[in-house]
Design a protein around this ligand. Structure first.
Ligand code: NBG
Length: 796
């Protein structure tokens, strides 16, 4: 780990003790682990704040354009280690804490995970913020300060149980409350006219109150702000009712308002038409736009400069109401002509699409809209009309059967629309946005996702990071494509041995963690085959478990064949309302119980499902993975970002040609990627084949036997029919083509296992995955947005 030589362990020790005494109010003898964690966090935060102020001053001095990233989700995880790593203070902190008789690892792990997101979309937003700071781009993230992040998951008899997440119950050092920064956000009410102006008078209102978290980039050269909004009652407390003894009624306005920022919706790629969700969306979007315009006004007097000075990125359609809201602010409130308001808004806004799954494309009933946001519905009509006037194509409207389609609205109100991988962007042009794309052929651009190498290699995998730095210096940390310099090293046995040793040590740590969490003892020599992501039929965790069951049966039938000992590791949450996904979890747990206790096979095959997947667990699993499972039905996974993290950490992919897998394979080389399955085009054709699942099953006795075992209750002897509906689904409609891809998946698994048995081949392949994954840095992605979408500059 490179270190900052201006700060010694003694400086660190002084800073920690100072904060322990004066901020926490404890002495070293009585301090608990949380007190040490807070004292260390404050010590680090002081350094971050210095960088933060300097960055803010530099942005104003330069009159620079600012980038605003509006996102319902920021899955940031823990920030202490991030700060220590980016400021290069980790060694000094470790030394100081050890000298004080404390365990640095335990102190870092004491921080609650900020789980303000569901999965890839939220984690991408967090990586982007870190890269924006690393690159010195003046930027703000805007979102919601949920009191409860994504639910905590545990298992009861193999079933997922959800509990509320409570990250705010423990203190953390990162946010600054800004009581002076609050905006009134209205809902409902009516519309009046005075002369040429339209006046919306809302009937309800809440305050949006700001909380700021500084996000520091690599080497502390720059820090940006994540500003999260918390809802407060506009009229907090009814004293008359309180004095009359009606305490509940007195507290009601506060409780009602707070509901808006109480919980993160636990849906991932499925949308629920909930009024509260639309309120959340408008709440944070309106507050953010008000704040953006206030900042703009403090520097500029001509509103026509807006697109030159402000770039607003809509992360999926969740902030799509920004289009009509910005038009409302410019037209109704500032008196610009409608056309000009629309033009300015469009040149300021851009939109990222993250999924083509039809159930995830947001649309809102018009009657809900007119109740909550009557003026916005009018403006949407006007926007629609103006677009139709310019491009008179029949049937191309934002309204559809009484629904407002937020994807189309976002497209029309954005100057650039981007997909998140090359394949996904191509499919956007051919499917959901086909007609709009024909009218606006320049608008859709691709920006393939990326991940920050600071968190996803340097910090989470110090052993591999150390080896790389020892081999080629630390320039890779902010210029990840230089990892290519490692390529010749795959001819060097000493390097490959060191690479394998780093992985082995990481696997040892993970094995200890698995034992502590599940009681299962796994052999760190076995191949660790890992699938971690939200549970969804399109991601096909059921394909994975089906193949594992078939392999277990094959091992039983031929115990002396040349098997590769394997541990299949799963982690991920299912949306609480998604029954099928929850049944997949239960099936995996049930199968694990039977297979792990089989004395004939357990030295060759084990299955582990780790509960409560989150960012911190990913940081343990990814460095310890041998094989990365990216097995979605082609055409369904927009990009994936976990796939990039695994490749970067030296785990080759077994995967389909879906999302960014396609580009990963191009970069690492087809010979270093275990490809299987149908392409997106073949998937579409296969669905047309009558009885495609039955045909696939008839052609593969292994698949038939695995399905039979599940359907016959081998894994649920107390309730043999428990999984009948899963088997029925797979034998019948099998929309995600699990059966049709099974045989090829089995083949690819066999190939991966065979290569793993040959260490000289395997470690070469693993090391080449690392050496050739540099393109997947989110620094590269952000540079792409800067050039193609935002026209923004770096100030460092
Ligand atoms: C997700 C996609 C992933 C993609 C991330 C980040 C949504 C709506 N989409 O494939 O499913 O990697 O977005 O772009 O969560």
């Amino acid at each position: 780990m490179p270190r900052d030589h201006t700060q010694t362990p003694a400086d660190m020790r002084d800073a920690i003790l100072h904060h322990l005494t004066y901020a926490i109010g404890k002495d070293a003898e009585n301090a608990k682990i949380q007190d040490w964690r807070m004292a260390l966090s404050f010590a680090v935060r002081d350094r971050i704040v210095d960088a933060w102020f300097a960055s803010t001053r530099a942005s104003y001095a330069a009159g620079a354009k600012r980038v605003y990233y509006l996102s319902m989700e920021f899955l940031i995880g823990r920030l202490l280690e991030d700060g220590l790593v980016n400021l290069r203070l980790l060694d000094q902190a470790q030394e100081a804490l050890t000298g004080l008789g404390q365990d640095p690892g335990a102190i870092i792990a004491n921080e609650p995970d900020a789980a303000l997101g569901n999965g890839g979309l939220g984690r991408l937003a967090a990586c982007f913020l870190e890269s924006l700071s690393t690159l010195g781009v003046p930027a703000y993230g805007y979102g919601i300060r949920y009191e409860h992040g994504l639910f905590a998951q545990s298992f009861q008899d193999g079933r997922q149980v959800e509990r509320p997440e409570t990250w705010l119950e423990q203190p953390h050092a990162w946010e600054f409350e800004r009581p002076e920064t609050r905006y009134r956000i209205g809902f409902g009410g009516g519309i009046g006219h005075a002369g040429n102006t339209t006046i919306w008078t809302p009937s309800e209102g809440v305050f949006a109150q700001a909380y700021d978290t500084p996000i520091v980039g690599w080497q502390g050269r720059w820090a940006n702000t994540l500003r999260l909004w918390s809802a407060r009652a506009a009229d907090p407390f009814d004293l008359d009712r309180f004095n009359a003894g009606d305490y509940e009624a007195a507290a009601e306005p506060e409780a009602m308002a707070r509901t808006i920022s109480r919980v993160l919706y636990p849906d991932d790629t499925t949308e629920r038409g909930k009024e509260l969700r639309l309120k959340q969306e408008y709440f944070f979007t309106a507050a953010s736009l008000a704040d953006i315009l206030r900042r703009f006004d403090s520097e500029h007097s001509d509103i026509r400069l807006l697109p030159k000075k402000v770039a607003i990125q809509l992360n999926d359609t969740h902030p799509a109401i920004a289009g009509p809201e910005l038009v409302r602010l410019l037209h109704d409130e500032r008196g610009l002509p409608f056309d000009e308001a629309m033009d300015l808004a469009r040149h300021t806004l851009s939109y990222t699409n993250h999924t083509l799954l039809p159930e995830a494309l947001e649309s809102w009933p018009e009657d809900l809209f007119s109740r909550l946001l009557p003026r916005h519905l009018e403006l949407i009509d006007q926007i629609d009309h103006a677009h139709y006037e310019a491009y008179p194509v029949r049937g191309l409207t934002v309204h559809d059967h009484g629904q407002v389609k937020m994807g189309d609205l976002s497209f029309i109100m954005a100057h650039k629309v981007n997909g998140v991988s090359a394949l996904h962007t191509g499919l956007m042009k051919q499917t959901v946005f086909k007609r709009l794309h024909e009218l606006h052929p320049e608008r859709i651009v691709n920006q393939t996702n990326g991940v920050t190498p600071r968190r996803w290699l340097l910090s989470c995998n110090p052993r591999l990071a150390g080896l790389i730095t020892d081999t080629m210096g630390d320039g890779w940390v902010d210029d990840l494509e230089t990892l290519r310099q490692l390529e010749p090293m795959v001819e060097d046995q000493g390097f490959l041995d060191a690479f394998a040793a780093a992985k082995a040590a990481n696997k040892g740590d993970l094995a200890a963690y698995i034992a502590s969490q599940t009681g299962i003892t796994v052999d760190p020599q076995a191949m660790f085959d890992v699938q971690i992501k939200r549970i969804h039929e399109y991601k096909r965790q059921h394909l994975n478990i089906l193949e594992a069951i078939a392999r277990w049966q094959a091992i039983k039938a031929q115990p002396n064949a040349d098997w590769t000992p394997t541990v299949r590791i799963f982690a991920g949450k299912a949306a609480p309302g998604y029954a099928f996904a929850k049944d997949i979890i239960r099936l995996i747990n049930d199968a694990a119980a039977v297979i792990n206790s089989d004395p004939d096979t357990r030295h060759l095959m084990q299955i582990v499902f780790l509960a409560n997947y989150n960012v911190s667990l990913a940081e343990k699993l990814i460095p310890a993975a041998d094989l990365s499972e990216q097995i979605s039905t082609a055409g369904k996974e927009a990009s994936g970002t976990g796939n990039m993290k695994f490749a970067l950490n030296g785990a080759p992919t077994i995967g389909t040609l879906d999302g960014a897998n396609v580009e990963i394979r191009e970069h690492v080389g087809a010979e270093n990627f275990f490809l299987f399955g149908m392409t997106a085009d073949e998937v579409v054709k296969r669905r047309e084949v009558a009885d495609h699942a039955a045909k696939a099953i008839a052609a593969d006795p292994r698949l038939a036997a695995a399905l039979k075992a599940i359907g016959g209750g081998v894994f649920s002897p107390d309730e043999p029919g428990r999984y009948a509906h899963i088997v029925d689904n797979l034998q019948g409609p099998d929309y995600f083509l699990v059966c049709s891809d099974f045989s090829d998946y089995w083949r690819a698994q066999g190939e991966a296992a065979a290569v793993y048995r040959d260490p000289s081949r395997w470690w070469r392949m693993a090391a080449l995955n690392t050496a050739r994954s540099g393109w997947f840095s989110s620094d590269r992605t952000i540079r792409g947005y800067m050039a193609d979408v935002w026209d923004a500059e770096s100030l460092i």
